[in-house]
Design a protein around this ligand. Structure first.
Ligand code: ASP
Length: 417
């Protein structure tokens, strides 16, 4: 009997499930998991991260140059931002409603909550000013995504305006981007093992003991994560593109799984970029514009988490939240999710900002700290899936989604993600 080859998606899912099982077996031996298994996960993650800065910069230069005219760029930018804002606001709304219905904080004991310090929200002016890099090389060294985006778009557009002389620059960037995509493809072959090695130590260190006391808040967050993905993204993708809901989730799944196991949307970016173009057929110009931007500012999962946790903490302290305060949470959590970096644990720091905006005790966050990693995995998976949906919607509405090229539309039987 001929053996059927397992697809990469199946292998990654298998790595994830096995990782959870093996992680549970290592709960009482987490040092072994941390010493012998974790390094392989770090190795995999470092390999992906290696490609981020050159990939984002180069593909965005090519993307901006191929869009060329500033007006079109502005329209795409406006559309993208609108999609980000609306989906994030919906995300928090779903989180707030879920937390108000399921009341995860009622009956929680607050003993042992340690003091925490709030992160100051940067002023809007400072945020805007910091988008412009005074030294683009420094921005690349530091991996400052918004600054890299700004410089790449600006220089890409300038390159088209000067015509012939700008072509060499665009060509070099095109070549760099292609090389980075190839590297990502090779690294993706290791994804099943990488995902496994990343997840084992997380589960081993966050075993049932840490999770059980706060199981309700974890469940409410995950219910809200699923609802948002199922309602908002499914609707958007179905409404604006010809991609079915099943195709959407299946096609996005390697990125979702890597986001889940790494808790880093930045770390997942090279994979997301590749999937959006190859699997869904979105043009490079749209993908390279929407995804790096989304990875930096569009964090629906983080917004849900902040909404749920704020209500949870209020309930745990027996502080009733008025509708007005919940609207404040909606607004600050939208801003906080924009300011959250796509790295593990960043959303937790921003949670403090949300709590202080409605005068909730920051000590409450200490309760969340113990389970934050588990929540981080889910919210990062939503963040990344949300960005995939944004690229599809913007691509489809701009006529820059080539269904013929999309492997998920049956053009390539083996889902080469
Ligand atoms: N880890 C999340 C991400 O990378 C951010 C967060 O902590 O909420 O998307």
């Amino acid at each position: 009997m001929e053996k059927k080859k397992m697809s990469l998606v199946t292998k990654i899912m298998l790595g994830l499930v096995l990782g959870v099982i093996v992680g549970l077996l290592f709960v009482s031996n987490k040092e072994i998991a941390n010493t012998y298994i974790k390094p392989f996960g770090t190795l995999f993650l470092n390999l992906i991260k290696m490609t981020i800065v050159p990939l984002v910069f180069a593909s965005l230069v090519v993307g901006a140059a191929s869009i060329g005219d500033v007006k079109k760029l502005g329209r795409i930018g406006g559309k993208t931002m609108l999609y980000f804002f609306v989906t994030t606001a919906l995300a928090i709304l779903i989180g707030l409603v879920a937390a108000n219905i399921f009341k995860p904080g009622v009956g929680v004991s607050l003993a042992g909550a340690a003091a925490q310090k709030a992160t100051e929200a940067p002023s809007i002016i400072d945020t805007f000013l910091s988008i412009i890099p005074t030294n683009p090389i420094d921005a690349m060294v530091k991996g400052n995504m918004l600054q890299i985006i700004f410089f790449a778009v600006f220089s890409g557009v300038a390159a088209t305006y000067i015509g012939e002389k700008g072509q060499a620059y665009v060509k070099i960037c095109d070549s760099i981007a292609e090389i980075m995509y190839k590297i990502t493809e090779v690294i993706m072959g290791l994804a099943p093992y990488g995902v496994f090695a990343l997840i084992v130590p997380v589960i081993a260190s966050n075993g049932p003991k840490v999770l059980l006391p706060l199981i309700k808040v974890i469940l409410v967050c995950y219910v809200a994560f699923f609802l948002h993905a199922l309602l908002t993204y499914s609707f958007a993708v179905k409404f604006w593109s010809k991609i079915s809901i099943g195709q959407f989730f299946k096609g996005a799944s390697p990125a979702t799984a890597i986001a889940f196991s790494t808790s880093s949307s930045s770390g997942t970016l090279p994979v997301t970029l590749r999937i959006v173009q190859q699997v869904f057929g979105v043009s490079e110009s749209i993908a390279s514009f929407v995804l790096p931007l989304g990875t930096t500012i569009n964090m629906d999962g983080t917004a849900i988490y902040q909404g749920v946790c704020a209500v949870f903490i209020a309930q745990a302290y027996g502080i009733p939240l008025t509708i007005g305060q919940q609207v404040t949470i909606l607004l600050t959590a939208t801003l906080a999710s924009i300011g959250t970096a796509g790295v593990p644990g960043a959303g937790f720091m921003m949670l403090m900002m949300v709590l202080s905006s409605v005068g909730l005790p920051l000590e409450g966050a200490a309760l969340i700290a113990g389970i934050d990693r588990i929540l981080d995995m889910g919210r990062t998976a939503v963040n990344v899936t949300g960005n995939v949906s944004a690229a599809i919607v913007v691509g489809a509405t701009e006529g820059e989604l080539d269904y013929e090229k999309a492997t998920i539309m049956g053009n390539d039987k083996s889902l080469k993600a």
